[in-house]
Design a protein around this ligand. Structure first.
Ligand code: IVH
Length: 690
């Protein structure tokens, strides 16, 4: 990668665009699908490079830049909760030098040489919540969402044992407590074990398990999972009766909230450093994941003087732990074939303990990565596990390389079915061309079909699918819905040999087979976004599936248009680009895909998509124009919020405009709106609509 100081403006712009796209994809995977594919350190590295390029080329800052966003976009099925005070995020630093810079900047801002005391709090790796109490009674719970609007999780929070529904002691009339919901490592392992026994897909890490458990439309599911909380800050309060963060923690405990026992006041940078070292050394033994330490100016009066930058407080910072690393050997390099035929190299490692977790595999990403890092079988390597996701190889210790080691030759044939594996010009991955005749792809397609965001069929885990496929019981997703009739001998009296008798399988019984059929039959009616997602079209995740459902309303309409080979209408959908459009249309040109869909539609009913998210909004169906500088939102956040409210956003004012939303220093557009007698909204009006 080029040094930032050597980048031309054009190169910088291209790179900022690439990073924005990459991080937005990663955000969706992380926040909406609870299924991250970048490690924390890869993510941080992208964020940091983005920041540095922006520092050199401030003119090139994009409205969709990761530096302009706070967090996760809001999922639409939950009721929305606007935050009276935005739920902000924290700036990250990665070394003690940077912490010192932060302390200096605090002092400089306050124009003081006096010592400042900081509260050092372990940074809990969960997801933040807000809980509003009126007269000591819990009335409203929300996730952070995008920081401006969260999701209503009132009922879900109530199911958490440690969560106080009524405050003890003396409390302000209105009090919004904020903190982190997390899953203990022990509860996470137990949950995954249970899931494995039930044949369900495991959660990747405690954070994803916590997110997946909390953001359940059915709070009964939240109640079944053990979640925990730590409280650490506040939002709206009618009267603040604490003067320091330490004092606030005392109140939190009095009111009945769990606070982290490792929160620790630090008098100077030496104590900050010791505290950090100590937590880094002991974190593996904690029963919850932490990914750094948060430092907050302890004195609230000073916090108030320091105030906020656009998206982060000036009085706090997050000091992130470096990724955990270890040295081990590569025993073998294997190629895995995924649902879309992608060949992914995986290293089998000599098992090694990395920060309390035994690691025996690492992803090698793709063939270029192997070449770039010159990774060979037998090499000693440094591997790294960044809190979650799949471990990766950082670099090879070439001085330890065996003399006879050979370069790894990436196969040009699929190791599973033998078909040619080709690499498109602009792609990093090589793909098997075998399609569904490749057993690996066919199996992965079925696994994806029943996955949590797809048909979500409990009891059909990947090992069962693997067995059923190998035994010819399941060839494709449509076969799932004929399992019951094929299992029932009476339907095939003349064809006794083909009766499945699943109840006679080892480890199975009448009850488990009944349960499986029950789980399958429960999914004979399915929502349109889930159905589209489950088909496994390349690049189409849950967010895109939803966009398509919203645009077309009925699956049959969508399919008819797709069969006509037109990518044109697809790219008019905000959020779908040309490459995705091509993948979608190509999917519907394949005869075997159409056959499977046709068979599926005989077995399941795909519901019409009714988007009720914006139905009762005053902006629904209206055309709005933004002008001037908004104080609380970036332009792209405002635009996204307006779209969510069902509005169309236009660039210029005309007779067709319904509303003009005016920020500071609005110019000619505001004047034109007044001239045309168009409704004018202030930023506040708009925020209250949100
Ligand atoms: S304070 C304005 N304290 O880190 C400050 N956040 O990067 C608001 N987090 O969204 C946050 N432990 O989810 C704070 N002790 C702690 C925390 C903490 C974990 C998370 C939280 C927040 C994110 C910010």
């Amino acid at each position: 990668m080029k040094d930032i100081k050597d980048l031309s403006a054009a190169e910088a712009a291209a790179e900022l665009e690439r990073i924005a796209a990459e991080m937005s994809k990663a955000d969706i995977a992380y926040y909406q699908k609870d299924n991250p594919y970048l490690t924390d350190s890869q993510y941080d590295e992208l964020k940091r490079r983005n920041e540095e390029i922006e520092k050199r080329f401030p003119r090139l800052i994009r409205s969709d830049s990761p530096s302009q966003k706070i967090g996760a976009p809001v999922l639409s099925a939950f009721k929305k909760v606007p935050h009276r005070f935005p739920m902000l995020s924290l700036g990250d630093v990665f070394s003690i030098d940077e912490v010192e810079d932060f302390v200096m900047s605090v002092k400089r801002f306050l124009n003081t040489s006096e010592n400042i005391v900081f509260m050092a709090e372990p940074k809990i790796d969960g997801l933040s919540f807000s809980a509003r109490y009126e007269n000591g009674i819990f009335v409203l719970g929300a996730t952070r969402g995008d920081g401006i609007t969260g999701e209503d999780i009132t009922e879900n929070l109530k199911t958490i044992k440690e969560f106080p529904q009524r405050l003890n002691g003396i409390f302000p009339d209105v009090l919004e407590v904020r903190g982190e919901v997390y899953m203990k490592k022990s509860d996470f392992f137990a949950l995954n074990k249970k899931y494995e026994a039930e044949g369900k897909k495991n959660f990747a890490n405690p954070r994803n398990a916590a997110a997946g458990s909390l953001r359940q439309l059915d709070p009964k599911i939240t109640a079944e999972r053990n979640l925990s909380i730590f409280a650490y800050t506040w939002g709206e309060v009618s009267e603040r009766v604490w003067n320091s963060q330490a004092d606030f923690f005392n109140h939190l405990r009095e009111w009945g909230f769990p606070t982290n026992p490792l929160n620790n006041l630090c008098a100077d940078i030496r104590e900050i450093e010791n505290n950090f070292q100590h937590l880094m050394e002991t974190r593996a033994a904690l029963d919850y994941d932490i990914d750094g330490v948060v430092y907050k100016v302890n004195d609230i009066a000073l916090q108030e003087r320091l105030g906020f930058l656009t998206r982060t407080p000036r009085w706090a910072v997050a000091h992130k732990f470096p990724a955990e690393q270890a040295v081990t050997a590569i025993n073998n390099i294997r190629i895995q074939v995924g649902r879309t035929g992608a060949l992914t190299p995986v290293a089998d490692l000599e098992p090694v303990n990395v920060g309390g977790v035994i690691v025996s595999h690492a992803t090698l990403h793709n063939e270029d990565e192997i070449k770039r890092k010159d990774i060979r079988i037998g090499d000693s390597v440094i591997i790294q596990r960044a809190g979650d996701v799949i471990p990766q190889v950082v670099r090879v210790l070439t001085d330890k390389r065996p003399a006879d080691s050979k370069e790894f030759i990436f196969p040009d044939k699929c190791p599973v079915c033998g078909a040619h594996a080709i690499r498109e010009e602009d792609e990093a991955v090589r793909r098997c061309t075998g399609g569904l005749s490749c057993p690996a792809q066919a199996k992965e397609r079925i696994i994806h079909f029943v996955s949590r965001e797809g048909f979500d069929i409990a009891g059909l885990g990947s090992s069962i699918i693997e067995d059923f496929y190998n035994e010819g019981i399941l060839h494709n997703p449509a076969d799932i819905f004929t399992l019951e009739e094929r299992n029932d001998g009476s339907l095939f009296a003349h064809q006794k040999s083909s009766v499945l008798h699943l109840e006679q399988r080892e480890g199975w019984g009448k009850k488990s087979v009944e349960n499986l059929f029950k789980a399958i039959n429960a999914k004979r009616t399915i929502s349109m976004p889930r159905f589209i997602y489950a088909l496994g079209i390349r690049q189409v995740g849950t967010a895109t599936a939803r966009l398509l459902a919203k645009h077309y309303g009925r699956f049959e309409k969508f399919m008819t248009e797709m069969k006509n080979k037109e990518t044109g209408p697809l790219v008019t959908i905000d959020g779908i680009g040309p490459s995705m459009a091509t993948d979608i249309v190509e999917f519907f040109q394949e005869e075997h895909n159409l056959n499977i869909i046709e068979r599926l539609l005989k077995e399941v009913r795909v519901e019409e998509f009714i988007d009720d998210s914006a139905a009762d909004s005053p902006l629904s169906g209206k055309t709005v124009v933004f002008t001037g500088t908004l104080q609380n939102l970036t332009r792209s956040e405002a635009k996204a919020a307006a779209l969510k409210l069902g509005a169309k956003v236009a660039g210029s004012v005309s007779a067709k405009t319904d509303f003009v939303i005016i920020g500071a220093d609005a110019g000619s557009k505001a004047a034109k709106a007044r001239e045309l007698g168009i409704n004018i909204l202030s930023e506040e009006d708009f925020l209250s609509m949100m």
